[in-house]
Write a protein that binds this ligand. Sequence first.
Ligand code: NAD
Length: 428
Amino acid sequence: MNWNRREFLGLAAGAALAQDKPLRVGFIGVGNRGTGLLRTTLSLGTIEVPAVCDINEAHLERALGMVEKAGRKRPESYGLRGVDDWKRLVERDDLDAIVNAGPWELHTPMSVATMKSGKYAATEVPAATTIEECWELVRVSEETGKPCMMLENVCYFRNALMVLNLIRQGVLGEVIHCEGGYQHDVRGAFIARPGRGTPGEITWRGMHAATKNGNIYPTHPIGPIGWWLDINRGDRFTYMTSMSSKSRGLRHYVEKRHGKDHHNAKRDYAMGDVNVSLIRSENGATVTLYHDTVLPRPYDLILRVQGTEGIYSGTLDKIYLEDRSPKPHEWEDPEAYYKQYEHPLWRDLEQKARQHGHGGADYITLHQFYKAVRQGTQTPIDVYDTAVWSAIMPLSIQSVAQRSAPVDFPDFTRGNWKTRPPVPITGA
Ligand SMILES: NC(=O)c1ccc[n+]([C@@H]2O[C@H](COP(=O)([O-])OP(=O)(O)OC[C@H]3O[C@@H](n4cnc5c(N)ncnc54)[C@H](O)[C@@H]3O)[C@@H](O)[C@H]2O)c1
């Protein structure tokens, strides 16, 4: 039975937890991101964190201390017995869900083990790095009846959700084209900085850039765009093509900071500095996707959507609607639209969310995950979203390696995209 039928029958994940019973959540990987997710989790009310895992003792200690400081029992710790110690945490029978925020290549094994042990899986982005892993996530979620939600927080950005509402209410007309990008100077996450490893050495994340050529981080922009286009829910991505520029950024960065003779200023980096991909959907919508992370630049996810009635630009945070904007061919300030079309989640949660990461989106993302765990329902970002958004990394790499030849998307829903309902627009 696939998820379509499960959702229909309301059997998604077994019995709902009593509303007043605390949720019990385990954490694996409490580095930079995992610590932020843990902090937000601890502010979300009746959630206990009985177990935390990290192979880095300082990170582990910091997390245990945070839980205690928040007035909860000191969690049991895992990780110091080695890189597979997380498996002991997953085997515990007193957890409802596990959040994993370790390196990319561990996301699928951890999520798969979590679902197989009967728990809800939440994973950081990307959930998978190969097409086989994407399929494994889908298969195991269907077999176990346990959801796997990639914590794609950009889906919950205020503008992304307002645009989803605009689209749903027909204000932008039929959506024709979207543009997004992970345009974020993360050289400091690829090459270690003082205080975070040996300065000048390549980090685990940087090793992906050193060895893979393509869009290696597509999920932030494609998450909201996937929802805008009803991907897996009325439409689906059919094929894409991808092209990478030459590679200069990381070498140049190391050279400037550590000198021409540093071994990392002399090595080759596989990843082209700017990658551009084009995606086409079954219903004829197109998407341009950028990956631009190793050159100096301000952060910009683009998040632009063009419909038959008008256009919204996230870069500008401006809108233009043919029969509504005051002046023809001129952008309009979106404030009035935020008032009228604010997504109900933002209406309900903004006050509490604002002090949390990514303008509040991190809070809303976790809020929605834990709500599904509590109610025993499907997660709003489901395993099909998780798989198809993650699949873009390996597909892009494949296309780049073949002189930008088009590559097909697998249909992870096995045809069910035609009838699956769109993401619901509901409040908290
Ligand atoms: N959604 C977002 O906005 C966002 C932001 C930053 C990072 N991320 C993602 O979060 C993830 C983590 O990134 P980060 O910046 O926190 O990296 P990090 O290196 O700071 O943290 C990773 C942690 O995992 C631990 N770890 C590694 N191997 C382990 C193992 N076998 N068992 C247990 N723990 C292990 C490390 O010791 C470290 O503490 C990545 O997938 C990254 O892409 C997402």
